[in-house]
Write a protein that binds this ligand. Structure first.
Ligand code: ZN
Length: 185
């Protein structure tokens, strides 16, 4: 089942994720729904906050052909899609700067500087704790989704000049969010 994706201006995006204590059938279903929602929206990552939930879960699926060539070999060790439960970044290295978008900020993308490589620990759907080291676009996606789980958004990673350049679009999103919450009351 796909969910509505929460957009900028809605409170759910600012909530910090709560650790998942036990991997229940409901958690597995949530992960499956998040994958379906991400794929339907043609995204490469989605965090629980973006479907209005606060479990510490994100899903990532970076197509191999979208990956930066020099990172393909390293990242091929990581099976896709990635379902990360209670993830944390335990190490990072280098820098990369590239255009970044977010399903909660439709039609907005800005260059963002991120670590070139990150090491992350997470629990998979079988309850196993795993550690991966990823680079390039996949590393960017991991950093972006873990930001979501902390309530940190693309707009927080923008410079003042970048924020100004998309101010009109942000305003429209905020107005839409007010309508969305008025409609649910
Ligand atoms: Zn996002």
């Amino acid at each position: 089942m796909t969910h509505r994706i929460v957009t900028f201006g809605e409170d759910a995006l600012r909530r910090k994720a709560q650790p998942v204590i036990e991997i229940t059938p409901a958690i597995k279903q949530l992960a499956q729904d998040m994958l379906e929602t991400m794929r339907a929206a043609r995204g490469v990552g989605l965090a629980a906050e973006q479907v209005g939930r606060d479990e510490s879960i994100c899903v990532i699926e970076v197509p191999r052909e979208a990956e930066i060539p020099e990172c393909v070999e390293n990242n091929s060790a990581v099976a896709m899609p990635l379902v990360m439960i209670n993830p944390e970044i335990t190490g990072s290295e280098g820098k990369q700067r590239a255009e970044e978008g977010c399903l909660s900020f439709p039609d907005i993308s800005v260059p963002v500087t991120r670590a070139r490589q990150v090491t992350a620990a997470y629990t998979d759907l079988e309850g196993k704790r795993l550690v991966i080291t990823v680079q390039g676009l996949l590393a960017r996606a991991v950093q972006h989704e873990l930001d979501h789980l902390e309530g940190v958004l693309l707009v927080d990673r923008m410079s003042a000049v970048q924020r100004l350049s998309v101010a009109g679009q942000l305003k429209r999103l905020r107005r839409g969010a007010q309508k969305a919450s008025a409609g649910t009351q």
